[in-house]
Ligand binder design. Structure first.
Ligand code: SAH
Ligand code: SF4
Ligand code: F3S
Length: 450
């Protein structure tokens, strides 16, 4: 028996998909990359922008078609299953199970019950909520570990609080136990994931607020067997000095902050309800730079939020100039039902949104290129993730600050470099990545026959 899992959306979904695959695995289902071979097709869905939902519709059309050829089951889980199971059920009658974001663990009951037609989307209450446990046999070099679910922020444009419910923090003991299990299964890097990791254990509001994220980072960093710890996503309002200090103190914590700013205009930030201003954002950037001069800062940006004027957009552009992000994800504002901004007029035209996005991405490409170019001639510690997708005997890894490095292994090196930390000279920049050469002397000292 085989299961095929198609994952849309963010790392939360990737994490849930991995857990779903494990549940099927324990019931005798092998993973497959080919939906035609699968007895069960699972689609893990995302509603963050309209485009994501359109892609889902075409995937569901395809998979519904496959059901006609032979008996198999179709499962729809994730954020769109949570938000729109009724509408999807009307359009796609081939779906056997709609599974809400709090219900992934129930897949096992469903399999045991003979995989009947069902919709399980009720939200868990905070007291009874249990986090899924990752118990994989083998994992890639870098794996996500959930530290919290949901989000309490209600940014005006964002569907996540509706799709995932309020923020619930996972108990630290569970997180640490899972980190240990991931290391045993082969992980060298864990990425602590949550929608607002800096609000982990948060109590109080405003200037008096405190959180336990820095303490958690220190506990995770102390687990044996880990080469690196990353975390995402940081919310600029809740990122505190204690967290930056932990990253500055502990080499195992990667000096990279993904700090979504969304806009450079105070007026728009206020309308979005982000809880920080341009000035306070820049102060946090300054703090990071002061404590960790080589830290990478990346971001997310939205163009064309309701009411965004030329001047607002110019402020976003000048903020990019001021910070010099190493990379960014940028999006055209997409009105989402179940959000506050849905009631605001979507008054920036599609062509203006496209034009602003193109200009912003040009600027970002410039800074990304500048950052990569500055690496040439420097040395970097690269954690090797595996053979490069480009093939040709190349390997791929990442620097601590998240740049991709491709390189060739020399003949006297072992065949398996996956999971090793290798000292490298960066010899060239290649658009979106770097090219490296292993430094022999350092490599020899790494043991393991190198
Ligand atoms: N929790 C993270 C972001 C999660 S969503 C944070 O607060 O930063 C990932 C990104 O998608 C957001 O940072 C935002 O840039 C983008 N996004 C979310 N809703 C959107 C919408 N309605 N239209 C366009 N982009 C959106
Ligand atoms: Fe969405 Fe804002 Fe929460 Fe991020 S912090 S998930 S953007 S509501
Ligand atoms: Fe998408 Fe849900 Fe993640 S809406 S971005 S899959 S939390």
């Amino acid at each position: 028996m085989k299961v095929f899992v198609h994952t849309f959306g963010c790392q939360m979904n990737e994490y849930d998909s991995a857990r779903a695959a494990e549940i099927f695995g324990r019931r005798g289902y092998m993973p497959t990359d080919d939906p035609k071979q699968a007895d069960v097709i699972v689609v893990n869905t995302c509603s963050i922008r309209d485009k994501a939902e359109q892609k889902l519709a075409s995937a569901l059309g395809r998979y519904s078609g496959l059901k006609r050829h032979r008996d198999r089951r179709l499962v729809v889980m994730g954020c769109t299953a949570q938000l729109r199971s009724r509408a999807l059920a009307g359009r796609f009658s081939a779906v056997d199970l709609f599974l809400g974001t709090d219900r992934v663990a129930e897949l096992d009951d469903w399999i045991r019950a003979g995989m009947p037609r069902e919709t399980r989307v009720a939200r868990a209450d905070a007291e009874s909520y249990r986090f899924l446990e990752g118990r994989p046999a083998r994992v890639p070099v870098s794996v996500p570990v959930t530290v919290q679910k949901g989000c309490d922020n209600f940014c005006a444009y964002c569907v996540v609080p509706a799709a995932r419910g309020p923020q619930i923090d996972r108990p630290a003991a569970e997180i640490l136990a899972e980190v240990d299990r991931m290391v045993l299964a082969g992980a060298k890097e864990v990425v602590l994931i949550g929608q607002n990791v800096n609000a982990y254990g948060k109590v109080g509001r405003g200037r008096l607020a405190t959180n336990r994220f820095a303490a958690l980072l220190r506990e995770v960093a102390a687990r044996p067997g880990l080469s690196r710890v990353r975390f995402t996503t940081s919310h600029p309002r809740d990122l505190d000095v204690a967290t930056v200090q932990a990253v500055a103190d502990l080499p195992v914590l990667c000096p990279h902050f993904h700090l979504p700013v969304q806009s450079g205009s105070d007026r728009i930030l206020r309308k979005m309800g982000r809880g920080y201003s341009r000035k306070t954002y820049l102060e946090k950037v300054e703090k990071i730079r002061r404590l960790i001069p080589d830290a990478a800062i990346s971001t997310d940006l939205i163009v064309g939020f309701p009411g965004e004027t030329k001047q607002d957009f110019a402020e976003t552009m000048s903020l990019i100039d001021e910070v010099g992000f190493t990379f960014s994800y940028s999006f055209k504002y997409s009105p989402r039902p179940d959000t506050r901004a849905f009631d605001m007029e979507d008054d920036v035209s599609e062509s203006v949104k496209s034009d602003r996005l193109a200009r912003l991405q040009d600027k970002q490409a410039h800074f990304m290129g500048r950052n990569l170019h500055a690496w040439v001639g420097r040395t970097a510690t690269v954690l090797v993730e595996g053979p490069s997708r480009r093939g040709g005997g190349q390997w791929m890894g990442r620097t601590e600050t998240f740049e991709i490095v491709n390189f060739e292994a020399c003949l006297d090196q072992p065949r398996e470099l996956t999971g090793r930390s290798v000292e490298m000279e960066i010899v060239a920049d290649r658009g979106h990545s770097l090219e490296g050469r292993i430094l022999q002397k350092r490599a020899e000292s790494m043991g393991g026959g190198l």
